[in-house]
Design a protein around this ligand. Sequence first.
Ligand code: BEZ
Length: 389
Amino acid sequence: MPFPSPRAARLAGAAFLALAACQAQAADPIKVGFMLPYSGTYAALGTAIENGFKLYVQEQGGKLGGRDVEYFKVDDESNPAKGPENANRLIKRDKVDVVIGTVHSGVAMALAKAAKDSDTTLIVANAGADAITGPMCGPGIFRTSFTNWQPAYAMGPVAAGKGHKTAITVTWKYAAGDEAVAGFREGFEKSGGKVIKDLTVPFPNVEFQSVLTEIAASKPDMVFTFFAGGGAVKFVQDYAAAGLNKTIPLYGSGFLTDGTLQAQGDAAQGLLTTLHYADGLNTPRDQAFRADYSKAYKQTPDVYAVQGYDAAQLLQAGLKAVQGDVGKKADMRSAMRAATIDSPRGPFTLSAAGNPVQDIYLRKVEGLENKVVDVAVKKLADPARGCKL
Ligand code: BEZ
């Protein structure tokens, strides 16, 4: 048998090495980094996102894109000052392929900057900071949750439709609160209402006495609010304890009553909120998700669990398109942007900016449920102001 020429031998060697590298990569797990709050007022939200994500992966036999999944975790404590350092723990130290995070808008903006600077794929599974899919948007930036504008804007026409003419807003003083209030104002004033005062408390303070006193003195037709997690529990309880729930109806973005009803008890009964998920949707998709989640974690899922579950679905759409080869970033990301996610909330697609285009439900608290009443706005897309994609 003739010997191969030196050139043919070199080519064969290179092909062998490339194949071996491919096989080694296929055998390696996909590295998924969770940057989430596991302590503080948003701790329960972070855990629900992780639970939802892992549930979907388990349903896929523990694999995404045909590869095992290895998890890395950082507790971001909902502390924006530590955002860059925490993001780089996952990106630079652990060298994750994709980051799933986070809950707090201020932390998420630091994370999005670190992800963009390093060209790491990021799926935001809660934080609504409008800027992430606005001026900060990018090919590797995705969201499976909402913008702060979306649910709040949808409440505007609902509240005006109930005959309310004047509103006071009250929230934490940070991006999520400011943007929710701006979204509500836009929807409410377009529909004929007027916001007469904006009240804030610093994040994550839960001393609400002075704002409640001011609301009582100002006597608006209604109050619109953004609070979530532990702060939402306390605000709803204090509002009722002050007797304001009897005289001035309280409305909010649905985070006010999602994942919080057990703790809020009677104080939350009857509250109307707007959100992209609700109890009682009664679709086969949602029923199956709720049954699986309850079985796995011994609790009913909330909106945060849904967002985590859908982050895994979105990643799977990208990884499937490249047979698990995360190196093919452009192809993976195009597949993600084009995906229709079969979400428990109802199917949704992503806007060019990477944010869900989704129905926003009107919900009413009944017992331990945020029961769907109606669709407040169908297929609501965030305006993505400032996004150049
Ligand atoms: C935010 O900071 O964007 C946020 C936090 C909790 C619930 C919803 C939004």
